[in-house]
Design a protein around this ligand. Structure first.
Ligand SMILES: Nc1nc2c(c(=O)[nH]1)N[C@H]1C(S)=C(S)[C@@H](COP(=O)(O)OP(=O)(O)OC[C@H]3O[C@@H](n4cnc5c(=O)[nH]c(N)nc54)[C@H](O)[C@@H]3O)O[C@H]1N2
Ligand SMILES: Nc1nc2c(c(=O)[nH]1)N[C@H]1C(S)=C(S)[C@@H](COP(=O)(O)OP(=O)(O)OC[C@H]3O[C@@H](n4cnc5c(=O)[nH]c(N)nc54)[C@H](O)[C@@H]3O)O[C@H]1N2
Ligand SMILES: [Mo]
Length: 752
C-alpha cells in the first residue's frame, strides 16, 4: 500500500490473514408507549415537528465534516455550531465534487441529530419484542453482554455461537472497529458479503482486473452518456451537475436505460424502457451492429485486449439485432441508432448502476456492457469508461479493525488448515442463522446495520432473531431490528466524534471534526469496543484482545499512512482538518494508462478467472429468471430520494414532507385488478406481504410495480417481506458471498 492507491489485493490479503471478511472492506414490535414513557419521548412526540433545541445565542463556530452514509456522493460539509448546538449543515465547496449544495437528506441533518426519537440510553427489553423497555446503565449492559459471551463460550467451547452483522450505516474508517471488536473475542459467525454491488465487482474484476471508475468530475468531457440502471437524479445528485454541464458545453447526449422512467430518465434525450434483466441482450445487439458496421476501435482492441476475436465470433454466430430487439422489447431502429451514436461519439461514457446488477444474471450483464465500452475504445478513455465504482482511495491502515484472536481460539477450519470465522452469507442471513449447527448461533451483535429492514427474506430474518438467546443492537434509531433486541446501546452521530471519509465514486478525502459533545448517554462504536473489552477482561482475563482505551483523535490519526498522505498531499489527519477536503492525484485514473490488473494485463473479453469461478469465460448472454406462473408481476424496490435505506425518512422533517409510502402501478394493471388510485394494495407472494397505497403512473410498464425501500416512523411497511434471498450470479470472489437478486422479485397484488 506504499503508493497510497489502495491495493485491494493487499488489503484483502491483510484482512484474510486476520480472518476478517472481505465484505467488511467492501462497501464493508416494540410497543412504543412503554419506551416513550421511559425515554421522555411522549412529551417530545407532542412537539414532533419542533425537535431541534431552542435557538442558542452566541458566536457560531464552524467545523469540517463529511457525510458518512453509504452513498456515491460522500459530501464534504461545514457545520455551524452555537453554544454547543448545531444550527446549520452546509456543503463545503472546496470539494469541487460536492460544490455548493447538499441533498435533501444532508440539509435534514440538524433534524436527524436532534430527533426526539433517538436512542438515548442503554436499554433492555424483556421479553424481546414486548415493548417492555427498561433504562439500564452502561455497566449493567456491558456486564450482561460480556457474561452472555463467556457463558456461550463455556457451553459450546468457542465463540462461534456469537454472530455479528454489520454493514453500511457509517463508512467512517475507524468504524471498522466493530469487526475489530468481534475479531478480538475469537472466531465468530461472521456475516460476510454485501447486498449492494458484489456481482458487478466480480464482473469488472474478470474484465478489468478490478473496478476503477473514472473521476466523475471528468464527466464534463463526455459527448455521450449511457446510464444503465442508475438513477443519479435521486442517488447521486452531484454527478447530475457534471452530466448537465457536458450536455450544455459539449451537446452531450443522455441515454437512460431502465425499466422505470425514473427522475433521471425523465431528463434524458433518449429513454429506453427495457424489459428487466435483459440488458445483456441490448448491449450485445449493439455490439453486433457496431461490428457489422466496422465502428469498433481495432487499434485499441489489438493493443489492449485479450479475446476480442472470440467475442466477435460469438456475436456473429449467436447475436442479431432482431434477437436483441425481441429479447429486450426495444425497437430495432432504436438499437441501431443508439449503437451508431455511442460508437461514434468520443468519448462515450457508460455508467452501470448498482440497481442494474441485482439480478440472477446481473454480473454477466455487467460484463456484456463492459464489452460494449471496450470494443469502442471507451473502456479507459478519460471522460469515457464503463463506470461502476472504485476502492482506489481506501488504502487506510484499518488499525481499528486489524486485531488478533485470543490464543487458542477455535473457529472453522479453512481449506488451508487455518482457523477462520464461520461465513454467514449476508444475503441469506435469516436462513443461515436458523440452520447453523455445531455449534448453533445463539447471540447477535449488530451495528451500522438494520437487518430486519434491509435484508431479503425479512420474515425469516425475524424468525432468526427470535431464535436467539441475545440480540444486541448499537444504533441511534429505534429501527425494526432494534425493536427485536434485548439490549440497545445508543451511539453517536458523526457530528459527535472525529473521523475520516472517502467515497467509492469521487476522488476526495475529508476530515470529520467533532462538532458537539455526544448527546445523552451515547458512545461511539469505538468507545463501546474499548469498554466491552475492558469488561470482558475483568470478567475473564485474556478473553478479549481489543485495546481498552485510547482517544478518538489518536485512533483517527492512526488510520492514515504514508500512502494516503502522498495520494492526497497531506501530512496526517490534523493537516487534512487544517487544509480542508483534498482530492487524490492519480497519474492513471480509471486505468487510463491501459494497464489492467487481469492475468494477461489486458482487458479480457475471455476470462479464465471467470471460467475457474464457474462462469462463462466469454462475455456471452445469460438468460433472466423465468417469471413464476402464480406471481407474474415483477416488484422492483429501488432506493428512495428522501432516505438512505432505513435512515432519514423516519425523521420528523422528512415525515412532514413525505408521510407515507406509495406503490407505482400502471393504470391498466390496476384496472385489471379492480384497484383505484389511493386504494391500499396487498402485494404478496409465498414469502410474505406488504400493504401500500396505489399511485397510478405510466413510469412503470404494465407488468412491473415499484416501491422504494424506506422506513417510515411507526409504520410496519417493509418491502423485504416479499423479497426472497435469491443469489445473483457473481460476487463470491471479491466479497466472500454472491450478491442478491433484489429485483428478481415476483408477486401478485389485490385490493387490500
Ligand atoms: N437518495 C438515495 N441515494 C442513495 C441511496 C439511497 O438509499 N437513497 N443508496 C446509496 C447506495 S447504498 C447505492 S447501492 C446506490 C444505488 O444507486 P442506483 O443504482 O442509482 O439506485 P437503485 O435505486 O439501486 O437502482 C437504480 C435503477 O436500477 C433499475 N433497474 C432494476 N433492474 C434493472 C434492469 O434489469 N435493467 C436496468 N437497466 N435497470 C434496472 C431500477 O429501476 C432503478 O431505477 O445509491 C446510493 N445513493
Ligand atoms: N428491497 C431492497 N432492499 C435493499 C436494497 C434495495 O435496493 N431493495 N438495497 C440494498 C443496499 S444497496 C444496501 S447498501 C443495504 C443497506 O443496508 P444497511 O447498511 O443496513 O442500511 P442503513 O439503513 O443505511 O443503515 C443501517 C443502520 O445503521 C445505523 N447507523 C448509522 N450510523 C451509525 C453508527 O455510527 N453506528 C452504528 N452502530 N449504527 C449506525 C442507522 O441508524 C441504521 O439503522 O440495503 C439493501 N437492501
Ligand atoms: Mo448499496
Amino acid at each position: 500500500m506504499g503508493e497510497g492507491k489502495a491495493d485491494i489485493g493487499d488489503i484483502l490479503q491483510r484482512a484474510a490473514e486476520l480472518n476478517i471478511s472481505r465484505r467488511s472492506l467492501l462497501k464493508g414490535g416494540m410497543a412504543l408507549g412503554g419506551l416513550l414513557a421511559l425515554s421522555g419521548c411522549s412529551m417530545l412526540e407532542r412537539s414532533y415537528y419542533k425537535s431541534t433545541p431552542a435557538i442558542a445565542e452566541g458566536p457560531a463556530q464552524e467545523f469540517l465534516s463529511a457525510c458518512p452514509r453509504n452513498c456515491f456522493d460522500t459530501c464534504s460539509m461545514v457545520v455551524s455550531v452555537k453554544n454547543g448546538v448545531i444550527r446549520k449543515v452546509a456543503a463545503d465547496p472546496r470539494n469541487t465534487f460536492t460544490g455548493n449544495s447538499l441533498c435533501v437528506k444532508g440539509y435534514a441533518y440538524t433534524n436527524k441529530v436532534y430527533d426526539p426519537n433517538r436512542i438515548k440510553y442503554p436499554m433492555m427489553q424483556t421479553p424481546r419484542g414486548s415493548g417492555n423497555w427498561k433504562r439500564i446503565s452502561w455497566d449493567e449492559a456491558l456486564d450482561t453482554i460480556g457474561k452472555k459471551i463467556l457463558d456461550l463460550k463455556d457451553r459450546y467451547g468457542s465463540t462461534l455461537p456469537v454472530c455479528m452483522n454489520k454493514y453500511s450505516g457509517n463508512f467512517n474508517i475507524w468504524h471498522y472497529c466493530v469487526e475489530g471488536l468481534m475479531n478480538s473475542l475469537g472466531h465468530i459467525s461472521l456475516v460476510m458479503g454485501t447486498p449492494c454491488w458484489p456481482a458487478g465487482i466480480d464482473a469488472q474484476g474478470y474484465d478489468y482486473g478490478f473496478m476503477w471508475n473514472t473521476d466523475p468530475e471528468d464527466f464534463v468531457k463526455t459527448k455521450h452518456f449511457m446510464l444503465w440502471g442508475v438513477n443519479p437524479a435521486w442517488t447521486s445528485i452531484h454527478t447530475m451537475k457534471f452530466i448537465n454541464k457536458a450536455r450544455e458545453q459539449n451537446g452531450a447526449k443522455l441515454v437512460v436505460i431502465d425499466p422505470i422512467c425514473t427522475a433521471t430518465a425523465s431528463k434524458a434525450d433518449l429513454y429506453i424502457q427495457i424489459r428487466p434483466s435483459t440488458d445483456g441482450a441490448l448491449a450485445l445487439g449493439m455490439a453486433r451492429y457496431i461490428l457489422d458496421n466496422n465502428l469498433h476501435d481495432r487499434n485499441w482492441l489489438e493493443k489492449n485486449s485479450k479475446g476480442f476475436p472470440e467475442f466477435a465470433d460469438y456475436l456473429k454466430k449467436n447475436v442479431t439485432v432482431d434477437w436483441a430487439s425481441k429479447t429486450t422489447g426495444v425497437p430495432k431502429s432504436v438499437i441501431e441508432q443508439v449503437a451508431r451514436e455511442f460508437a461514434t461519439a468520443k468519448p462515450a461514457c457508460t455508467w452501470i448502476g448498482y440497481g442494474f446488477q441485482r439480478h440472477i444474471n446481473g454480473g454477466q450483464s455487467v460484463r456484456n456492457v463492459d464489452a460494449l465500452a471496450a470494443m469502442t475504445g471507451n473502456a479507459t478513455r478519460p471522460g469515457g469508461g464503463a463506470n461502476y465504482g472504485h476502492l482506489a482511495t481506501w488504502g487506510f491502515n484499518y488499525h481499528a479493525m486489524v486485531m488478533k484472536q485470543p490464543e487458542g481460539s477455535i473457529g472453522v477450519e479453512s481449506p488451508d488448515g487455518k482457523m477462520t470465522h464461520r461465513n454467514i452469507n449476508m444475503n441469506n442471513f435469516g436462513r443461515m442463522v436458523l440452520e447453523a449447527k455445531n455449534p448453533p448461533i445463539k447471540m447477535l451483535w449488530t451495528a451500522c446495520r438494520n437487518t430486519v429492514s434491509q435484508d431479503p427474506d425479512a420474515p425469516i430474518v425475524k424468525k432468526a432473531l427470535d431464535s436467539l438467546e441475545m440480540v444486541v443492537v448499537v444504533d441511534h434509531s429505534f429501527t425494526r431490528t432494534a425493536q427485536m433486541a434485548d439490549i440497545i446501546l445508543p451511539t453517536t452521530t458523526h457530528f459527535e466524534h472525529p473521523g475520516v471519509n472517502v467515497s467509492y465514486w469521487h476522488y476526495w478525502i475529508a476530515a470529520v471534526e467533532k462538532c458537539i459533545e455526544p448527546l445523552y448517554e451515547s458512545k461511539t462504536d469505538l468507545e463501546i469496543a474499548w469498554a466491552l473489552s475492558k469488561k470482558m477482561n475483568q470478567l475473564q482475563p485474556g478473553s478479549c484482545t481489543y485495546p481498552t482505551e485510547g482517544t478518538l483523535a489518536e485512533w483517527t490519526e492512526k488510520e492514515i499512512n504514508d500512502g494516503i498522505n502522498k495520494l492526497f498531499g497531506i501530512k496526517g489527519w490534523k493537516d487534512l482538518a487544517k487544509k480542508g477536503p483534498q482530492k487524490a492525484h492519480f497519474p492513471n485514473p480509471g486505468y487510463s494508462d491501459n494497464k489492467f490488473k487481469t492475468p494477461s494485463g489486458k482487458y479480457e473479453f475471455v476470462s479464465e478467472t471467470a471460467a475457474k469461478d464457474g462462469h462463462p469465460a466469454l462475455s456471452l448472454y445469460k438468460e433472466p429468471m423465468p417469471i413464476p406462473k402464480d406471481y407474474p408481476i415483477r416488484f422492483i424496490t429501488p432506493h428512495s430520494r428522501t432516505a438512505i435505506h432505513s435512515q432519514f425518512q423516519h425523521n420528523p422533517w422528512m415525515m412532514a414532507i413525505f408521510p407515507e409510502p406509495y406503490l407505482e402501478i400502471h393504470p391498466d394493471l390496476a384496472k385489471e385488478k379492480g384497484i383505484r388510485e389511493g386504494d391500499m394494495v396487498r402485494v404478496y407472494n409465498d414469502l410474505g406481504e406488504v400493504r401500500i397505497k396505489a399511485k397510478f403512473t405510466r413510469v412503470v410498464p404494465k407488468d412491473v410495480i415499484a416501491g422504494y425501500e424506506n422506513w417510515f416512523w411507526k409504520s410496519d411497511f417493509n418491502l423485504n417481506n416479499t423479497v426472497k434471498a435469491i443469489p445473483a450470479d457473481m460476487g463470491k470472489r471479491n466479497t466472500g458471498n454472491p450478491g442478491i437478486a433484489f429485483h428478481d422479485n415476483f408477486v401478485n397484488i389485490e385490493k387490500a
